[in-house]
Design a protein around this ligand. Structure first.
Ligand code: GLC
Length: 730
């Protein structure tokens, strides 16, 4: 009865406004927003530009009474006009919960890097659609997901939330996730705009990156995402860019995002990233988020006064509200009111997460075909990283609390940016289930010598290695924490049939790489990670992940061998000079002639793929590349043929760029003809003065490769004519 009454009341409330002109669904989002805006009082307008934290803020303020408990944010609506409130949740891996003893338990995708490592646009979409549906079922109509900061800094504590080092791959893959989320009539949020590429000193650091380099790297990822997915909102970031805070940065917000790229949605701040009223409003900020984190309600009474005094025009305030309303109409938030308590098919959602996780796992090394595990193994020893109970998750606002609770509670830090959570999907149990005839034992790895003794007579040893990082901190180094390197070394010495399963945020160093037979990068593998890992190890699914980030051989190879800033003193402003410009990741390694531990795009399979018939053609200035791929091995598998372009004479930021890819599944002996078109912006250089992309006349090599360091890559040379494209690449 209660539910029926609630539905009846909701429908009544809706129908009470059905006759309002802005409720006419035949009108465009712009028209509806304009009509609603006209009907609003100044007080009502101001509601939509001020965000409240969705939890108690220490002992400073209690959460807004209407906010969903332990949620990220809440923006009051205008019930008088039938315009809903905005209920905000984090984030890119699923429905997160702020610190709470009773967190929402929901399905977690694997890390953003894992999804990107699938190079599978459809999987990224499905993952977004899944988490967006859980957001809606949980009562949220804004999901703060769409993180696409480039992996400039392999030690960045939030790399697991993002999509790697290449703007084409990152922008394209996160765009699919955003489209998936918004397919649920939930507003997604492209973030953290922009160049918020490390966590140390994130609130104060000044990122230095010139316009042309930025447009060809970090900003290109955002631009591609915007074009392909049309996110309803953008979150400006904590850091300064070229001396000005991102959330009051006219260049970022008014010039690039709104004017050059034509962004029609609204810009919200990160939580604690608002620093002014007049400067911020006039620089293009539309909504202060979580005002409790700031020094003041800059977009509360202060904004009303600024408009009254003319420091911020009424037109600017109206445009702020128009943008919020437009996204609400455009993404279906008004026409599809959310309510808590929707049903969630967790079994189906677990499968979405597991498929994503297993397709994102990267087989880095497989000497002597130690993998897949042989069915006849008599003794399998599993060591370390709580692999007996679960799989690791990253820390911070994106943390999705697992159904069934933390499998390994009590690991420090137990409070922000902790807790350290292991999803209760046990690799040990999943492996035991697949090796009924074997003795499968677990050793916690705390004593390398004891682990080595336990491993000595095993048919195969699986050492699980973890690297916990999270928001608000960076990895102190790329080395595995604790004594894991010593553990792996000791075990591999005792038994050469040692396979390392990595549960890391991103790139790590591997001093034991030559002593181990197999290495599987499993990332943070989400709700069904244990199952996914076992399925890959036993060959139930053939690994097809490819690295979305370069794994350095040492930190001395990096543009910044030592991370900038001091984690012990984050209040002092400092500069991060991104002198590498757009030469991020593999581009830097190419430029400097460095050999990484594992290159961008690398990933092995249990079968083999060969490429042939590479040809490139041009029509109306569009470069299309055709080629054939064949599975020359004995088992079905998926591969990611990659296309890179390298100018023969033109001067780029680096010798080559990723220009396209495809992912395809082939049975043994099967071939497929593939065709990829190249975004012309990837063939040119950006000119800041004219805001154009310029393709230089001349020869360009098109390489068809297995990864960014593929010395056997086949190539063809194409002659391109001089072309000038506008900022949108048209
Ligand atoms: C955090 C994060 C941001 C998140 C927001 C709300 O500090 O930087 O990604 O969406 O605050 O939790």
């Amino acid at each position: 009865m209660k539910l029926k009454l609630a539905i009846a009341l909701a429908l009544a409330a809706l129908s009470a406004h059905a006759a309002e002109p802005w409720m006419d669904k035949s009108l465009s989002a712009d028209q509806r927003a304009e009509l609603a805006l006209k009907a609003m009082t100044q007080e009502e307008k101001l509601k939509y530009v001020l965000g409240h934290f969705g939890s108690d803020f220490g002992n400073k303020t209690k959460k807004h009474p209407a906010a969903l408990p332990f949620s990220a944010g809440y923006i009051e609506g205008v019930p008088r006009l039938g315009l809903p409130a905005l209920f905000e949740t984090d984030a890119g891996l699923g429905v997160a919960t702020q610190a709470s003893k009773t967190p929402r338990e929901r399905t977690s995708l694997p890390s953003g890097l894992a999804t990107t490592a699938t190079w599978d646009r459809e999987l990224a979409y499905k993952g977004g659609a899944m988490i967006g549906s859980e957001a809606r079922a949980s009562g949220f109509n804004v999901m703060l997901a769409g993180g696409v900061n480039l992996l400039r800094e392999p030690r960045n504590g939030r790399n697991f939330e993002y999509a790697g080092e290449d703007p084409l791959l990152a922008g394209t893959m996160v765009a699919q996730q955003v489209k998936g989320i918004q397919s649920n009539h939930v507003i997604a949020t492209m973030k953290h705009y922009a160049v918020n590429d490390q966590e140390t000193g994130r609130f104060v650091l000044d990122a230095r990156l010139d316009d042309a380099s930025n447009r060809s790297s970090d900003l290109l990822a955002f631009q591609l995402l915007l074009e392909q997915a049309d996110p309803g909102s953008v979150m400006c970031s904590y850091n300064r860019l070229n001396g000005v805070y991102a959330c009051e940065n006219d260049y970022l917000l008014n010039q690039v995002l709104k004017k050059d790229w034509g962004f029609k949605g609204y810009v919200m701040t990160d939580w604690g990233a608002t620093h002014s009223t007049v400067e911020a409003a006039n620089a293009g900020l539309d909504q202060q988020s979580g005002w409790e984190f700031d020094k003041s309600q800059y977009f509360g009474g202060a904004l009303e006064e600024a408009v009254t005094n003319g420091h911020v025009s009424q037109a600017r305030l109206d445009n702020m509200v128009f943008r919020v309303l437009r996204s609400m109409f455009d993404k279906g938030v008004v026409d599809h009111p959310v309510k808590e308590g929707g049903t969630i098919d967790y079994a189906a959602h677990n499968l979405v997460s597991r498929t994503d996780a297993e397709e994102g796992m990267v087989l880095l090394k497989n000497a002597g075909n130690v993998l897949p595990l042989k069915a006849g193994a008599k003794k399998i020893v599993i060591i370390g990283a709580h692999a007996d109970v679960g799989v690791l998750a990253g820390g911070g606002s994106s943390l999705v609390y697992p159904i069934g609770g933390n499998a390994a509670p009590g690991i420090a830090p137990t409070s922000w940016p902790g807790p350290v959570v292991y999803h209760p999907s046990s690799p040990l149990k999943a492996i035991q289930a697949r090796a009924p005839g074997a003795k499968v034992v677990y050793n916690d790895g705390s004593d390398p010598a004891a682990s080595a003794r336990a491993a000595a007579d095993a048919d195969v040893v699986l050492v699980f290695a973890q690297q916990w990082v999270g928001e608000a901190l960076d990895a102190v180094s790329l080395a595995l924490p604790g004594n894991q390197d010593a553990l792996i070394g000791a075990v591999a010495k005792a038994n050469p049939k040692t396979v390392v399963v990595l549960e890391t945020s991103g790139p790590v160093l591997m001093p034991w790489v030559d002593q181990t037979a197999g290495i599987l990068q499993a990332w943070y593998s989400g709700t069904s990670g244990g199952e996914a890992i076992a399925r890959v190890l036993f060959g139930e699914v053939n690994p097809s992940g490819h690295l979305p980030a370069t794994f350095p051989a040492s930190e001395s190879q990096l543009p910044r061998p030592k991370l900038d800033g001091d984690p012990k003193n984050e209040a002092v402003r400092f500069t991060v000079n991104y002198h590498e410009g757009a030469a991020v990741g593999y581009k830097w390694f190419d430029l400097k002639g460095l050999k990484p531990l594992f290159p961008f795009g690398h990933g092995l399979s249990y079968t083999k793929f060969e490429y042939s018939g590479l040809a490139a053609s041009q029509k109306d200035g569009k470069l299309t590349v055709n080629f054939k791929i064949t599975n020359t091995g004995a088992v079905k598998g998926k591969d990611v043929p990659q296309l890179y372009v390298a100018p023969l004479n033109a001067k780029w930021e680096a010798p080559k760029r990723l220009a396209g890819w495809d992912k395809v599944e082939l049975a043994p002996g099967e071939s497929k003809q593939l065709s990829v078109t190249v975004d012309p912006r990837l063939l040119g250089t950006y000119d800041s003065a004219s805001k154009t992309w310029r393709i230089a006349k001349g020869g360009y090599k098109v390489l068809l490769a297995h990864d960014a360091a593929d010395s056997k890559a086949t190539s063809v040379t194409v002659q391109l004519l001089q072309r000038t494209l506008n900022v949108a690449g048209k």
